[in-house]
Design a protein around this ligand. Structure first.
Ligand code: GTP
Ligand code: MG
Length: 259
């Protein structure tokens, strides 16, 4: 699981923002704080990291736990929606804030245990020169899906195959289209405006990048199951929304071209 080759020049950006949307994640906060504090410490050896946490109107104690667990963390930006607006809206709030910070790179990742936050420094440091957005890829032949429930694997694999088919005209196909763990240049989010309102935002952002010929690089990675808390993913609703997005991409790809 590495994208850094021994002969590759490592180049640390001056600053980086890590954006994390959260909804009812109180059970994950302790581990998240442990992982992110370590991650920030490593990052701060070479760069100035900012942490942008977006509490999307959680009904549990997410906000209070975050305030307590992250107190004293430098460059912490704790944002809060008064009411739950959904994953996509929270991502927009977080990324919008990160754009104002004017960092060199923007990392997006979830609050739970699907992706290991300790890998963030490696991907920031190894961010390729000729890349606009680097995206984690559990479906890559060198990726891993350990202990992940089989029904989620089938769903994810099927959706990836459909996105690959629909986006086949636009250069090298990818293995995974739905991963939330990404590192991008801010220009990507200045150019790409997504409209989807749910978890499909992650696939829509990548599809828009591909259609607009941005340079997308996949890194083989491991996806893990959620260890704590409750999943917010409603399978039937998500399948419907992905099918709608796939249909639009198939029928009206020109609508996805950035102005
Ligand atoms: N802002 C916001 N974030 C959400 C919402 N629902 C989920 N999230 C966050 O989005 C991320 C992904 O949600 P998950 O419930 O983990 O969905 P998933 O990764 O598809 O499924 P599991 O990992 O199996 O639970 C987590 O960081 C959640 O806290 C929401 O309504 N608003
Ligand atoms: Mg998750």
């Amino acid at each position: 699981m590495t994208i850094c080759h021994s002969n590759q020049t490592r180049h640390s950006p001056d600053s980086v923002a890590i954006v994390i949307p959260m909804y009812n994640e109180e059970a994950s906060i302790e581990l998240l704080a442990y992982r992110l504090k370590g991650t920030l410490r490593i990052l701060s050896e070479h760069t100035t990291p900012h942490l942008v946490l977006v509490d999307d109107g959680s009904l549990d104690h997410t906000y209070e736990y975050v305030e307590r667990s992250f107190s004293g963390v430098e460059n912490l930006h704790l944002l809060r929606h008064e009411r739950n607006k959904g994953y996509s809206a929270a991502l927009k709030t977080g990324i919008g804030h990160a754009l104002q910070l004017n960092t060199d790179l923007i990392v997006t990742i979830d609050a739970d245990t699907n992706y290991d936050h300790f890998y963030i420094p490696m991907f920031v440091e190894c961010f390729p020169e000729d890349c606009d957005i680097l995206t984690a890829s559990p479906w890559h032949p060198q990726g891993q899906r350990k202990y992940f429930p089989w029904h989620r694997l089938v769903l994810s694999l099927t959706l990836s195959a459909l996105y690959r088919f629909v986006l086949a005209h636009y250069g090298t196909p990818l293995y995974t289209y739905s991963s939330c763990f990404r590192v991008a240049r801010p220009e990507v989010y200045r150019r790409i405006k997504w409209t989807g309102e749910s978890f499909t935002a992650t696939s829509e952002i990548l599809a828009r990048c591909i259609i607009n010929r941005l340079r997308v690089v996949e890194f083989p990675f491991q996806v893990n199951p959620r260890w704590f808390g409750i999943s917010k993913m409603k399978k039937i609703k998500q399948i419907k929304m992905h099918i709608q997005l796939l249909w639009q991409l198939w029928r009206n790809p020109e609508k996805f071209i950035a102005e």
